[in-house]
Design a protein around this ligand. Sequence first.
Ligand SMILES: [Zn+2]
Length: 257
Amino acid sequence: MEDVNKEERENYLENPEEYFQQVSSELSELRAKIKKEIASDTIVVAKDSNNPEWVKMQECVDTMANNSGLFQTPPTLLIHTPDSKTYISDDDMFNAIALTPEYIAIKEYSRDYFLGHLNQFKAVMAHEMGHLANGDQDIKNQIERNINPSNQKWEILADRMGAIIHGNPRDYAKYISEFMFYVSGKNETKPNHYSRTHLSTNGDARMLHKWADILEREGAMDKETGEIIDRKKAMEIFNRSKDLTTSLANIDSFSRR
Ligand SMILES: [Zn+2]
């Protein structure tokens, strides 16, 4: 297996402080680029737009952020116009991304899908907020991803955290799966396709329903409604699962080298 992180790891080990500075200035550059695009209207800040539907999308994010108690300030939802130069993804999947620790962005054509599928929108936002709550866009995690072999733990943990932030892990499992199957449905084999970083859509759906089962069994989630009833307990279960998932992912990626 080719070790794509070898060079990054060597740079890091040579001078960790300098490496930290480098990743940190990359983040500053990205922020500056986003601000410039907001000023020139190639990226739209949902809450500042005069479109009531976009404003409502931000309100959905605000409500989850406030209920979760995990965000000092709710993440800002950005909508990329086709003229935006800031990278999201080249593929034609509907997508949303946690860009920096404070921004979540969606593509303009994803926005049109999401407006007609608000349950799926809420679940996808919860997933991206899961990345942010886990600190995945922070410098420390960015470095960890750069220097270690890639593995699936980041997405698994974003989904588990996303289910808690969403507030109803059973609905989260249902709607995220619906969204994923819709996106991957164009190709029959795709629901079973997994990568070094992502579970297959089938695998993800199974994992998320099991995650809801665990939260339910341990008393963090109401059996009838699927709502989180004990957030403190849900976070304790998450933190326990985090340590185990991290260990397993590390064993997995190192043994495959
Ligand atoms: Zn993700």
